[in-house]
Structure formats: structure tokens, C-alpha cells
Design a protein around this ligand. Structure first.
Ligand code: AKG
Ligand code: FE2
Length: 313
């Protein structure tokens, strides 16, 4: 029987089993540099009790519609879940060039990233083959320039729980790893056309606490008021928290995780977002900016940092 009772019972902390490897086969795919283990039973079982608290609606500013779970992940597994994902996933440090007029600038993404999933026009068969959403036949070879990757079992378990909580469908999972207070994401909105209008995005935080800043986009010249000069909204995202941004939020608000100094700034943080891309352009965009063409990074338990990984290392 599936345990889906939303935050009704609390698992008995005293009887929590010690962390053990899952007996289930790890997720493998020709596009993965490494296989990804399934959640151990300790994580899997406790996720049956998520969300750990009721979400709080934040809609008291113009065009804002957020549900904030503090936390979503049951407290007793939040650390283990962070450590598991940091160890198991493989990451990239993406570089790309942007051209402003005649000037080309190299951008070094200031955090580690990775991505899994494919847009609505295709889906993965249980054997890991990409099929067309309509014909259910293998997709034409030239549909994608990138190589879409199926969401590994562990993240897919989290995706399904998140779909139930939010009553939304997600086909993409983006992961950021902020190694320390120097890693960041600058003000942006996730309002790409390939997400459709008023997209819902579910965003998980694990590890170090980091501030999530939000500010209203500058009003059009024909609108009154200077919303931009207002103090940003600050959400102190803690390990296990989850944020759903939905409705008009992305089209009207910018968000960022600024660099930070001082307490805890040497600790790592994982951010996981679930999104739904409607068309192929979304798949190309997400793989370009979250995988890119550079090398793989993997967490080293010995060195306690992300290290460049090569096959066989
Ligand atoms: O790390 C976060 O909480 C935010 C990440 C984000 O905004 C993004 O990946 O688009
Ligand atoms: Fe974002």
C-alpha cells in the first residue's frame, strides 16, 4: 500500500532504521556518465509522510502567488536526503558565450547544475527509449540536438509526490548545487515561452540556509508607482523547505539567491526545481544551460568537495 497521508502521522523517529543502500537496481541510462542509486528505505518510507507541514499561501503583494512549505521534507530525513543527492548526482559547471551587439562575453555559471527530463512532445519508455507523445513510436533522430536524460528513480519519486501536493504535472527536474556562499543565481524569472503561461514551479531546498530574494519587475512606463524601489521580499530558505511559485508570479517577479558571507557560507546547498516544458525548445534550452559541453563533476567524500570526474575514476 502506498503511504500518501499528507502530514497526518509522524514516523517514529526512534525506530528509524540506519541508512542502508537500496536493494533496488540503480537508475542507468546511455546518457548518464554514472548510474544513480535508488533512495534507501529510510528516505523512501519517510517521504510517504511529506509534506511535513501545511503550505502557507503568500499572495499579499501584487501578482504574487506562492505556497511556502517550512518544511516539506520530514525533519528526520532532511540531512540524509541532502547527503544522498550530493553524493549520487553528477553535475556540470556550464560556460557559454553571450553576444551583446558586437561584443561576445563568456559567462561562467556561478554554481553547479544538472538537468533531467524531456518536454511534452516526447517521453521515455520504461526501457529508456525516447518515444513520440502522439505516435508512441521512436522519435525522429533529428528531433533534439541535445541528448535528453530520463529523470532517475530517486528524483522521480520526489517528482510524483510533488505532483500530488501541487496538483500539477512536471516533466523536468533541474538541480543546482551551491558549493558555498560564493555560488549564486542572479535576478531572473523562469517565464520562458516553452513553459506556457502562468507556469507552476516547485522548488526544494536542502543543506545550507540561503536567502531567496524576490522583487517585482519594473512597472511599464504607463503604470503608476515605483514597485522596483520597494524592499525585496526575503524568504530564508532552510533545508527541507519547498516553494511553489505559480499563477502570475513568474511573469511579474524576479528572484535570486545572492552571494553571502559569514555564518554557514562554507556549507553546500542543493536546489531542485520541477517544471513542465511544453515544447522542444525547452529541452534544448535546459540542456544547453544546465549540462553544456564541459566535464562532469562528482562529490568526493574524501575531499568533501565536487571534483572533476573522468570515466574509471
Ligand atoms: O536555488 C534556488 O532556490 C533558485 C534557483 C532558481 O531560481 C533557478 O534554478 O531558476
Ligand atoms: Fe529561477
Amino acid at each position: 500500500m502506498k503511504r500518501t497521508i499528507d502530514g497526518f502521522f509522524k514516523p517514529n523517529q526512534k525506530s528509524a532504521p540506519p541508512t542502508e543502500q537500496s536493494t533496488e537496481e540503480p537508475s542507468k541510462h546511455e546518457t548518464y556518465p554514472l548510474s544513480v542509486a535508488q533512495f534507501p528505505a529510510s528516505i523512501s518510507d519517510a517521504l510517504g509522510f511529506a509534506p511535513a507541514t501545511d503550505g502557507r499561501l503568500i499572495d499579499d503583494r501584487p501578482d504574487l502567488d506562492i505556497v511556502y512549505y517550512q518544511p516539506y521534507i520530514p525533519k528526520e530525513i532532511e540531512k540524509e536526503l541532502f547527503q544522498f543527492l550530493r553524493c549520487e548526482l553528477f553535475f556540470y559547471r556550464v560556460q557559454y558565450n553571450i553576444k551583446r551587439g558586437p561584443v561576445e562575453t563568456q559567462i561562467n555559471t556561478p554554481r553547479f547544475t544538472t538537468v533531467f527530463g524531456v518536454d511534452e512532445s516526447s517521453y521515455f519508455s520504461p526501457q529508456g527509449h525516447l518515444l513520440d507523445a502522439v505516435t508512441k513510436r521512436p522519435i525522429p533522430k533529428d528531433r533534439y540536438k541535445c541528448k535528453p536524460r530520463p529523470i532517475p528513480g530517486c528524483l522521480d519519486q520526489l517528482r510524483k509526490i510533488t505532483e500530488r501536493t501541487t496538483d500539477q504535472k512536471f516533466n523536468f527536474c533541474l538541480v543546482n548545487y551551491y558549493a558555498n556562499g560564493n555560488d549564486s543565481i542572479s535576478y531572473h524569472s523562469d517565464d520562458e515561452r516553452f513553459l506556457g503561461s502562468n507556469p507552476a514551479i516547485a522548488s526544494f531546498s536542502l543543506g545550507a540556509r540561503r536567502d531567496f530574494l524576490m522583487k517585482h519587475k519594473p512597472p511599464n512606463s504607463n503604470q503608476k508607482g515605483a514597485i522596483d524601489s520597494e524592499k525585496p521580499l526575503k524568504l530564508p530558505l532552510a533545508s527541507g523547505d519547498m516553494l511553489v511559485m505559480r499563477g502570475p508570479t513568474q511573469s511579474n517577479w524576479l528572484h535570486s539567491i545572492p552571494k553571502r558571507k559569514g555564518k554557514d557560507s562554507d556549507r553546500g546547498r542543493i536546489n531542485i526545481t520541477f517544471r513542465r516544458a511544453m515544447v522542444r525548445g525547452g529541452t534544448e534550452n535546459y540542456y544547453t544551460y544546465n549540462v553544456g559541453s564541459g566535464g562532469v563533476f562528482k562529490w568526493s567524500k574524501e575531499r568533501q568537495e565536487m571534483v572533476a570526474w573522468t570515466a574509471g575514476s
